[in-house]
Design a protein around this ligand. Structure first.
Ligand SMILES: Nc1ncnc2c1ncn2[C@@H]1O[C@H](COP(=O)(O)OP(=O)(O)O)[C@@H](O)[C@H]1O
Ligand SMILES: [Mg+2]
Length: 329
C-alpha cells in the first residue's frame, strides 16, 4: 500500500493496573519514508517513549501493544525471536536519552562496541574494532585508541552519547529511533551532539524517528512532524508548515509558550498540565486546556482528519485556523 520504510497503524499501548488496563498510547498512526526524518513531539508523559519502545518491541513488563507496526513490509509485533534479533541488530537502532542507563559499566568501550555486531555474526572482532575506530573519527571522538580502552565512567556524557551514535551506526541500520538523544546532556554539548547525529543520518541517507519535547528543535531537524498529546496524535504535517502555521490549538500553544529569540513573542504557557492517555476524559483529550473547546469537544473525541496539507484531530479546525495563524505569527 505504501512505499514507507516504517509505519505504525492504530498503535495502542496499555499497562495493567490491578484489573483495569490503562491506556498510555491510543490510535497512533505515522510513517517514516526512506531517508526521511520524522519528529514525534509532545510534553513529558504524553507517550512518546512508549510508542518507540513498541516499535523496538522493548516495552516494559506488563505493557502490551495493539495495532500494527511495519518495517519494510514486515509486521514487527509478530516477529519471532530470531527475526526480532535480526531486526534489532541489523535494520533499526535506538539512541536513548541517558546513555549511562544503557551501557554496561564493567565493559570497555571497545568491548561494548564490538560485542553487538560480533554476537550477531555480522563482523569479526577485529573488523568491528576497525570500523568503530573509523566511525569514532566521523563523530569527532579524538584519541580513538585510548577511548576504546576506557570504561564508560571515564567518559563525559557528551562523549558517551557519541559512542552510542557509533554503536547505533556500526551495524549499518536503515532506521534510527532517537529518544531525546541530547536531553540528558549538558546544555553546552547538546547542539554539538545533535549536529553530529544529523550529519551522520544525512550522509548515510538513513531514516530517523526523532522523539523530543522540543518543538523548535524537531521542526529544525526533521522533514515531517507528528505532535502528540495524551497518547494520541493531534497534528501531523510537513515540519516547516506545522511550525509556520499550526492548525491544532495544542501545537499553537507549544509554539507560543517557548521563549522568543527576537523578544517579540510573549511567553504564554498552556494552562493546566499535560496528561497521560488514561487520564483523558470523554471527548477531546485537550479540551480541558483548550480555549476554543465547545460542548461537542467535551463530549466527542475528534478523529484525525485531512485538512489542507495536514492530518488534524480537532473538530473546529476550519473555524479557528485563521485565529491560530495570527497568534503565532
Ligand atoms: N513501566 C511503566 N508502567 C506504567 N506506566 C508507565 C511506565 N512507564 C511510563 N509509564 C507512563 O506512561 C505514560 C507515557 O510515558 P512515556 O511514553 O515515557 O512518555 P514520554 O516519553 O512522552 O515522556 C506516562 O504517563 C508514564 O507515567
Ligand atoms: Mg520519553
Amino acid at each position: 500500500m505504501n512505499s514507507h520504510l516504517f509505519t505504525m497503524e492504530d498503535l495502542g499501548v496499555s499497562v495493567r493496573r490491578g484489573r483495569e488496563p490503562r491506556a498510555l498510547v491510543r490510535d497512533v498512526s505515522l510513517s517514516v519514508g526512506e531517508s526521511e526524518s520524522v519528529g514525534l513531539v509532545g510534553e513529558s508523559g504524553s507517550g512518546k517513549s512508549m510508542s518507540i519502545k513498541s516499535a523496538m518491541r522493548l516495552l516494559p513488563r506488563g505493557a502490551a501493544a495493539t495495532g500494527r507496526v511495519e518495517f519494510d513490509g514486515r509486521d514487527v509485533l509478530t516477529l519471532n525471536r530470531s527475526e526480532l534479533a535480526r531486526y534489532r541488530s541489523h535494520e533499526v537502532a535506538m539512541i536513548h536519552q541517558d546513555p549511562r542507563a544503557y551501557i554496561n559499566p564493567t565493559r570497555t568501550i571497545s568491548q561494548f562496541l564490538a560485542e553487538g555486531v560480533v554476537h550477531t555474526g555480522q563482523m569479526a572482532h577485529e573488523e568491528a574494532v576497525e570500523q568503530a575506530r573509523s566511525l569514532m573519527a566521523d563523530v569527532g571522538i579524538d584519541h580513538a585508541d585510548r577511548r576504546l580502552g576506557q570504561f564508560p565512567h571515564q567518559l563525559s556524557g557528551g562523549l558517551l552519547q557519541r559512542v552510542m551514535i557509533v554503536a547505533a551506526l556500526l551495524p549499518s541500520p536503515r532506521l534510527i529511533f532517537a529518544d531525546e538523544p541530547t536531553t540528558a546532556l549538558d546544555v553546552t554539548v547538546q547542539s554539538d551532539v545533535m549536529a553530529i547525529l544529523l550529519e551522520q543520518i544525512r550522509d548515510r541517507q538513513l531514516s530517523m524517528l526523532f522523539v523530543t519535547h522540543d518543538l523548535d528543535l524537531a521542526a529544525a531537524v526533521t522533514d515531517r512532524l507528528a505532535v502528540m498529546y495524551a497518547g494520541s496524535l493531534v497534528e501531523t504535517g510537513m515540519s516547516a508548515d506545522v511550525y509556520a502555521r499550526p492548525l491544532h490549538p495544542y501545537t499553537a500553544g507549544l509554539l507560543q509558550s517557548r521563549p522568543s529569540t527576537t523578544g517579540v513573542r510573549r511567553l504564554t504557557a498552556i494552562p493546566g498540565r499535560s496528561i497521560a492517555a488514561y487520564e483523558a476524559e470523554e471527548g477531546c483529550p485537550f479540551a480541558p486546556r483548550c480555549q476554543f473547546a465547545t460542548d461537542q469537544c467535551r463530549s466527542q473525541r475528534p478523529a484525525p482528519r485531512e485538512y489542507e496539507d495536514r492530518s488534524v484531530a480537532c473538530h473546529r479546525v476550519e473555524e479557528i485556523s485563521d485565529e491560530l495563524k495570527e497568534r503565532v505569527s
